[in-house]
Design a protein around this ligand. Structure first.
Ligand SMILES: Nc1ncnc2c1ncn2[C@@H]1O[C@H](COP(=O)(O)OP(=O)(O)OP(=O)(O)O)[C@@H](O)[C@H]1O
Ligand SMILES: O=P(O)(O)OC[C@H]1O[C@H](OP(=O)(O)OP(=O)(O)O)[C@H](O)[C@@H]1O
Ligand SMILES: O=C(O)c1cccnc1
Length: 498
């Protein structure tokens, strides 16, 4: 055994994720500490502004890693020694960091929840300095995992019930992305992965065929397939190394016939060329040879668009392998989630909500601690009517009817009568202690599938989906308008004084 642990290559046996943050967070912590406001109660909310990939929704992922991160959050000796070496921080502050004990309360949706732009996804509440410290890691985790889970759900939607394999490890942005991207893909509907470590760590089914190098090694399709068949029971032969129709498939058939029931001839994989044309010809070859149950696997830069197109061309593909375009979120490499202060205690100990104005209406933040409610209509197959963001203490479940209106175009409105309101933000940590039991991964996956089904197809479709209503309650809307006017007036007054 050469290397015991990945982290040991960094020569810090006590390396931790406490420094997995931007320097400006620690710089702000110093200011708060020196000015004795580090303990002020603060509330931050994490959200993104536009659904990715032109989707009508996103699939929330990353919660398990957030929980692991928070549970392990503690500055270690080497973290402190490093800060001491590179920054001119006072000893008292370093000591404060060293002794810091997590006391945050965190709320988030269940992993696998369907979520929408501008909804608070992670709500972080507690001492200002701690809220600041965790910003970078929370954004890092949610931005990537939610993005890949959403991409995966789009691909899953395209394949329907066909088996869907994740092949991304080699093309991912490094090891962590391969690992957690695989998990996100599994949550959103992929059935198995080629990534063996992801299989081991997360108990995800693993799956593997073979590469072109096997065929190149033997310089001949038949010899390569034969050798593989003599050493494996389950066989999927990659038939496109030299000539799919004239050499690859005939060699696969010959080996399957020769080996008989010594192997389980599962099928063949095509990885290049016109896959609509080739798959139809290969299907005929397999059927004519007496292998109607052998499956045709396809891979090669697939995504939801090529898959839908291949289906439209009636390609005879049974199993889909997707790597690069999934794991790198190829057509939109960033979700763009942000983390904003929405409320903070003043010197008198009173919570004061905060707002960020912008010339762009969509970028004006919504002040205050909030809750998100999923409104489903009991008269309409329990499909979603929309979401309503409320002040945290509001509870729409107490209402007989709910007035829902578009937060910008308020003339777009409706009143829902026979409805169910379900809060999306659950307490995950309470005052630093984990208060939520993480569900098993398969439960998360089933949950995601159920939530996607509960969404009207109009919101789910790939192209130009309908915009799902994400409304503000009347109270929150009034609250926001009051803040906008108050800040505008204050700015105008300051302008006159200056
Ligand atoms: N019938 C088809 N309709 C639409 N797209 C297809 C069809 N067949 C293949 N594709 C896609 O077209 C792209 C073709 O890729 P590329 O230009 O690399 O060709 P190739 O045949 O795979 O060549 P190479 O041997 O270099 O990989 C891939 O993304 C593939 O999934
Ligand atoms: O196309 P993706 O969606 O990214 O799927 C993963 C790709 O990785 C392999 O190719 P690669 O050329 O790396 O190896 P190979 O020699 O086995 O074809 C495989 O054949 C797929 O084409
Ligand atoms: O098992 C496969 O076919 C596979 C695995 C990784 C990448 N491409 C293909």
């Amino acid at each position: 055994m050469r290397n015991k642990n990945l982290d040991t290559m960094f020569h810090y046996p006590d390396d931790s994720l406490a420094l997995h943050t931007d320097l400006y967070e620690i710089n702000m912590m110093l200011t708060y500490w020196e000015k004795k406001i580090d303990d002020r109660h603060a509330i931050f909310e994490l959200y993104y502004r536009t659904n990715p990939f032109g989707s009508g929704y996103a699939v929330f992922a990353g919660l398990e890693r957030i929980v692991n991160y928070l549970n392990s959050l503690q500055f270690t000796d080497s973290d402190i020694a490093y800060l001491q070496k590179v920054e001119d921080y006072p000893d008292g502050f370093l000591q404060y960091l060293k002794e810091m004990q997590l006391s945050l309360t965190i709320r988030a949706p269940r992993e696998g929840e369907v979520v929408f732009a501008n909804e608070p996804l992670v709500q972080v509440e507690g001492p200002l300095a701690q809220c600041q410290l965790v910003e970078t890691a929370l954004l890092n985790i949610v931005n990537y995992q939610t993005l890949v889970a959403t991409k995966a759900s789009r691909i899953k939607l395209a394949v329907g019930d066909d088996p869907l394999l994740e092949f991304g490890a080699r093309r991912a942005q490094e090891l962590d992305a391969a690992l957690w991207g695989t998990r996100a893909a599994y949550i959103a509907g992929f059935d198995a992965t080629s990534n063996v470590r992801a299989g081991k760590l997360f108990d995800i089914p693993i799956s593997g065929t073979h590469a072109h190098s096997l065929v190149q090694t033997y310089r001949n399709d038949y010899q390569a397939f034969k050798a593989y068949a003599e050493t494996h029971r389950d066989c999927v032969f990659l038939v496109d190394t030299y000539d799919t129709i004239r050499s690859g498939v005939p060699s696969a058939i010959r080996v399957a016939k020769e080996m008989g029931d010594k192997i389980n001839f599962q099928g063949v994989r095509i990885d290049s060329g016109d896959m609509a044309y080739l798959s139809k010809r290969v299907r005929e070859q397999l059927d004519d040879a007496g292998f109607p149950n052998a499956k045709i696997y396809a891979s090669n830069d697939l995504d939801e668009y090529t898959i839908l197109n291949l289906k439209m061309q009636d390609a005879k593909i049974d199993v889909w392998g997707v790597g690069t375009k999934l794991i790198t979120a190829f057509d939109q490499p960033a979700l763009g989630a942000v983390y904003k202060l929405v409320s903070i205690q003043d010197a008198a100990g009173i919570m004061q909500d905060t707002i960020k104005l912008s010339n762009n209406a969509e970028k004006v933040s919504t002040p205050g601690k909030k809750q998100v409610w999923r409104i489903t209509n009991d008269d309409k197959d329990a499909k979603s009517e929309g979401d309503v963001i409320t002040l945290f203490q509001e509870d729409p479940r107490q209402l007989d009817e709910l007035y829902m209106f578009h937060p910008q175009y308020t003339y777009i409105n409706k009143t829902v009568k026979n409805f169910t309101a379900r809060p999306l933000l659950h307490e995950i940590f309470h005052a630093g202690e984990q208060s939520y039991q993480l569900p098993a991964l398969n439960e998360v996956r089933n949950y995601a599938s159920k939530q996607l089904t509960a969404l009207w197809p109009e919101y789910r479709r790939h192209l130009n989906p309908q915009q799902y209503p994400v409304d503000l309650s009347q109270r929150l809307w009034d609250h926001k308008m009051n803040y906008i006017h108050a800040v505008r007036n204050a700015v105008a007054k300051m302008g006159k004084e200056n």
